[in-house]
Write a protein that binds this ligand. Sequence first.
Ligand code: HGY
Ligand code: MN
Ligand code: MN
Length: 420
Amino acid sequence: MATSSATIAAVVKAVREDRLWQRHMDLANIGATGRGGVNRQALTPEDAEARLRVLAWAATRGFSPSVDAIGNVFIRRPGTDPTASPVVAGSHLDTQPTGGNFDGVYGVLAAFEVLEAASDAGVTTDRPLEAVVWTNEEGARFQPTTMGSAVFAGALPLETALATTDTAGVSVAQALAETMQRLAIPQRRAFRCPMAVYLEAHIEQGPLLETTHHTIGIVSGIQGLRWFRVEVTGEEAHAGTTPRRIRKDAFVAAVRMVTALQELLYDSADTVRFTVGRFEVTPNSPNTVPGRVLFTIDLRHPQAEVLSRLGDQIEALCRAQAHDCSVVVTETLSSPPVEFDPAIRAWLTQSAARQALAHMDIVSGATHDAKYMADLYPSGMLFVPCRGGISHNEAEYAAPADLAAGTRILAEVMLTLAHH
Ligand code: HGY
Ligand code: MN
Ligand code: MN
């Protein structure tokens, strides 16, 4: 039975800006860096603490939690038909090492706020409503990014994810076991559980909405990205006694590679996104010629053809610059551009218009867990502005009114689709 417009309006009205903001501030304290941001990397005690905080709020509402084998947490508000596929919304709680308080957190708390508003409005829905917390979206501690949703979708084998280690040699399996022990909630037996629709609210992480004075971004899709690990091996030697002509200096070779990559990937239209975010020199001592360098490549573009044409040149280019060193180039993620379901985009657009919110279509420069859901279910995303477009930065900020506005759109679309 279709959800009546009065029911939907009641839930939209029950969304509370103050409660939503306070929840953000509560979670901002977990892993706070003391400089305004947060360091709550995947499967750390802080990540578990944030999950436990949301689960405690869920318990006061009688919502039922469950977790899958890679640690994705699902919080369900029952519907009248327990066999019906749920309407799901969510994002992630893990952050970058110097992250902000809204990236990912907003999507989890907006989804949770919709479940709470439905309860406050005393509304029953045919379908269950679910809020999901994906494991390790950021890929900062354990690569690749969007690990939990990739395993859920079958794009990354669970065993591969579990074997991944961080720079301290701790595996996902070890860190996950500690997290699961603390969560102590029922475990789901399968991945790719049925969903009627998947929605994700997120800050834009770019300047477009703010500079063009739009409150809502209707996300048309996510640009493609490719990640590479480049390991350069030379020979450690004494900085004072070893002449240049016999050195195998891994640092000098790596710098040649990055310089050549910058020339290859330079784009006067400024559409290509090329980042070397990690650059580790070993043994990292002032008077030893570096024997090893590890650096990462994050390459993005909205067109699949450009991404493959440029990305496919990376390995040969690094080899050509290795000279007397050796190099191993490993592609750790290949994620083509994705488009969201036009019907879901239409629902989001109609809701923004009905709620008289300035809105525009926008392509996501950042990747999100919704990318993997788009391959499996009718999926969509909405953005709200963040100040100066700043993200992956402790100064990240979003206005309470914008967070609430996006949540009201999420509420309207979730409740509209929560019927048979
Ligand atoms: O890298 C990304 O785009 C996401 O923020 N993890
Ligand atoms: Mn995010
Ligand atoms: Mn992020």
